[in-house]
Ligand binder design. Sequence first.
Ligand code: ADP
Ligand code: MG
Length: 729
Amino acid sequence: MANLRFEAVEEAFKKRPVEVNAPTERPSEFYGKFVFNRSKMYKYLPADIYKKLVDVMDNGSRLDRSIADAVAQGMKQWAKENGVTHYTHWFQPLTEGTAEKHDAFIEHDGKGGMIEEFSGKLLVQQEPDASSFPNGGIRNTFEARGYSAWDPTSPVFIIDDTLCIPTIFISYTGEALDYKAPLLKALRAVNVAATKVCQYFYPEVKQVTSNLGWEQEYFLVDEDLYFARPDLMLTGRTLMGHDSAKNQQMDDHYFGTIPERVQAFMKDLEIQALELGIPCKTRHNEVAPGQFELAPIFEECNLAVDHNMLLMSLMKKVAHKHSFRVLLHEKPFGGINGSGKHNNWSLSTDTGVLLHATGKTPIDNLRFVVFIVETLMAVYKHNGLLKASVMSATNDHRLGANEAPPAIISSFLGKQISDLLDHIEKADKDDLFALSGKTGMRIEIPEIPVLFIDNTDRNRTSPFAFTGNRFEFRAVGSEANCASAMIVLNAAVAEALNNFADRVDALMAKGEEKNSAIIDVIREDIKTCKPIRFDGNGYSDDWKKEAAQRGLDCEASCPICFDRYLDTASIKMFEATHVLSHNELEARNEVKWETYTKKIQIEARVMGDLAMNHIIPVATHYQSQLAKNVQNMMDVFGDIEGKQLSERNIKIIREIAERTTLIESGIEELVNARKVANKIENQRERAIAYHDTIAPKMEKIRYQIDKLELVVSDELWTLPKYRELLFIR
Ligand code: ADP
Ligand code: MG
């Protein structure tokens, strides 16, 4: 019997690193080579157009249609010089991926020939048929129009022969059908709110930017082995597979020497990412065998999100060239770490102040405290919603299980900041002020040693940890669009800052001095948001109990977590910040529930298929071999002695019979449970049924299959084993 597994293993062993020719220029020279960035705008656009476009990008001014034509001409010129023949609006529908529809530049010239055309109109807006994208019922199929509209704050780039134009994607009636539209609104909201708060301290501040530095974890698997695993191909994860005897116990992979083929892949990926303007900086092995990480330098949030989406698709392409498959699934393998995407987030001003970092003066430090505390207020108030923003069928394997980080959102501050907040909360108010000569009232916020920035003790179990000059949201899924988390976080912080400013203004209107008013409000908020602060072990059972007592959201079921989007407080927050309307929230939740159901449904089908067509036939085949052997032994030694001598084989024959029976009945139950669930009309209820009745059944079947893998002869087993998937590269 030809065994695809052994052929794949043999092929995988033969592979050598693909040679990567690094450009002769320095990275600083080829960085952004395929991006229509400012220096290219300067070169390809008339001076007045360049100025207007920069104004649009920097100050959010409206894009004047009259300049669009000139911008399009400049872009086309640059694109043509780079061999580009097509263009596409590049957008981020609610599928976690990106979408593109390519059109050639050509138009009829009216004389029977063709000219290369690219007008401002085509740059600014397109009408892709939206009927096949998830929309949660916002748009009926007969009203299939969706609009994509250029986002000039994210630069246009070239992939192969195509000019890619980052766009938002909205319905005919203006509702968002994507991640970018609400993200841009959330970023605007936090900009306005934070600028207002900043002006208490620094009147010259005109804008606040939200920063995002993501760290992308991923697995690499040899492509031949991948193709021999239908579950990996169809669901992105292994639905079965016994632990490898050695996996991550030795911690010898983490930060270890990068394997050669992987090193070549990383090098190739980095070069191409740099050419696309993605500022890759860090690469290393992660904790699990076969797991790696890549992190760029942080950027403005919208751009960082685009770059992450772009990087994920680039990774897939480059991996293929190196005969790898990249697994972005949050939990491709049972028993070892899954992958996440840490989102390092902070706010900074147009004057260069990092608002989540301490400063030199007492005013700087008061500002620091305000931004830390109001971020905590946002996280406290919307902790359930923040969790919902990172929940998915795939990330459920991390958040719902005992894996980094837990499904309760809390924030780690470290001892110094905790002490500082406690001091501000408890100190006599007069102690926080000192009268100092002519300068009048001075705030006595204790000095925070600069050293602490590199010194923050790490707490790997915290989902939302303060790490010196930023917060690190660690619960984001490796496969997710970062925008989902960033929409909620930025909108929630905007709400908290607006609320803070309203209360400070109210006190000042009553005649209270500004700094005193700020201190009053901040002291109140330090008390209010205290339940979100937790520096202990996020995995412990004690914490689960305590978190529930503190009133934090402890729900671990993914489809129920989505309810948080429709809480009164959430709707109020999204509407007040103009990020998403009630209608949009409802529609998006329909999409979330439907997607959840579909993912589990596909997994259940694949599992059924594999169990019936691979596992059971292989196991029974081995069983017959053993039975034949027992028969032979009895022929040689007689029934009694023959049986005695075959004790072990008989035991295995029985075990195989028992386990295959359980698998078969398990699959039958699974099919029946699916039939019941599929009849449920309501998307939410159906998703809950899939979560509660179908997913656990799959776990039970898997258990039996993994046990069979241990007893069936290695020679017969058709699916590449964990040790092969994880260690051959
Ligand atoms: P870690 O030690 O957490 O693995 P890394 O250096 O791998 O840290 O990644 C940290 C990420 O955080 C990088 O993308 C980095 O650019 C980003 N980062 C650093 N400072 C800030 C900040 N103030 N705001 C947002 N992101 C930041
Ligand atoms: Mg990190």
